[in-house]
Write a protein that binds this ligand. Structure first.
Ligand code: DGY
Length: 328
């Protein structure tokens, strides 16, 4: 076990992960409740043997240049669009993410958003809080029933599959689009049909975006895509914000081209597109998909185990570039 290693944690994570790290190394944790600035990140990286960082930390060639002692980087997230993995691989630096431990938490939030949008739960809550409710009315807050409708999973990986499993109680038909390989579980257990993007858009009553951000998915949901969706369709995004052209979404929602949206992620976090928050048919949460005690503790211990393995030169449990392990 490395005893003289210095580990940098770019923002406080649950204690379970920090404890593991402290048993093996000297650990510096960002004392502020905010991400490090770029300058602070590079300054800390200069003397770090290992860095445990966030989805908001850009891990690229400049970062690696600034970190001559670095033997590994562990992302505290399953999504890793913030890491230049090929660059890390070229330099022989292992990098990791935190899959599986946050799958259920994120899928449950996606389903919560679907229900909240379908039944106007947040707007209705607002009326109660305002003290302006005049009593039961036959035409108030008429929403969409999910049972028997078609759920479209865009990016049917671990989280998308978990969203489909949660839809079982609503007897929803499943269609999918994208993903690295056909999703055997969804085909076998749900009779899911994998559709080309245009057919997918035209078929789904509810679209759940659970894809990673990459050049293929960036702005996949743009004005053209919204024009192909059903006017009654609901769109929920718990993947990454830039998969949606957010300004185009505001226009589509405002013009009634689609019926509603539930968003947990944004194109330019922490900002939102102008006009989004003023729309009545959106539910917006601040990137809390993995924010449960089980998921966040699981992420902390998995990221810590990954980083310690990198420092010890053993196999990290969820390495993104395992091909470099054992390379001299
Ligand atoms: C992730 O893990 O990629 C989420 O966006 C944060 O939990």
């Amino acid at each position: 076990m490395t005893t003289h290693a210095r580990i940098v944690v770019t923002r406080a994570i649950p204690e379970a992960g920090l404890e593991l790290l402290r048993q093996a190394a000297t650990v510096w944790v960002n004392p502020e409740d905010r991400p490090l600035t770029r300058q602070e990140l590079l300054a800390q990286a200069a003397t770090a043997h290992g860095v445990l960082g966030l989805l908001t930390d850009r891990i690229d060639a400049d970062f690696f240049d600034a970190a001559p002692l670095l033997r590994g980087y562990a992302n505290y997230a399953v999504g890793y669009d913030n890491i230049d993995v090929p660059e890390a691989t070229r330099r022989g630096i292992p990098v990791s993410n935190t899959p599986d431990v946050l799958t259920l938490a994120t899928a449950e939030l996606a389903f919560g958003l679907i229900l909240a949008v379908a039944r106007h739960i947040v707007a209705a809550d607002g009326v109660m809080r305002s003290g302006n409710w005049s009593g039961w009315g036959p035409l108030q807050f008429i929403g969409t029933e999910l049972t028997g409708k078609t759920l479209g999973i865009y990016g049917p990986g671990r989280i998308g599959t978990a969203v489909a499993r949660l839809s079982r109680g609503f007897a929803m038909a499943i269609v999918t689009c994208g993903g690295r390989r056909p999703n055997e579980e969804l085909v076998r257990d749900f009779g899911a049909r994998a559709l080309a993007f245009e057919d997918f858009l035209a078929t789904a009553d509810v679209v759940a975006i659970t894809a990673p951000l990459n050049p293929q998915t960036r702005h996949a949901f743009n004005a053209e895509a919204f024009a192909r969706m059903r006017p009654s369709a609901l769109l929920v995004n718990t993947g990454r914000g830039p998969i949606i052209d957010e300004a185009a979404l505001v226009t589509a929602l405002g013009e009634g081209r689609i019926a509603g949206a539930g968003l947990d992620v944004y194109e330019f976090e922490p900002r939102m597109a102008a006009g989004l928050a003023a729309l009545p048919n959106v539910v917006i949460t601040p990137h809390i998909g993995s924010a449960t005690d089980i998921a966040r503790n699981g992420m902390a211990t998995l990221a810590a185990r990954n980083l310690l393995a990198m420092l010890e030169g053993t196999s990290p449990p969820t390495c993104l570039n395992p091909e470099i392990l054992g390379r001299p």
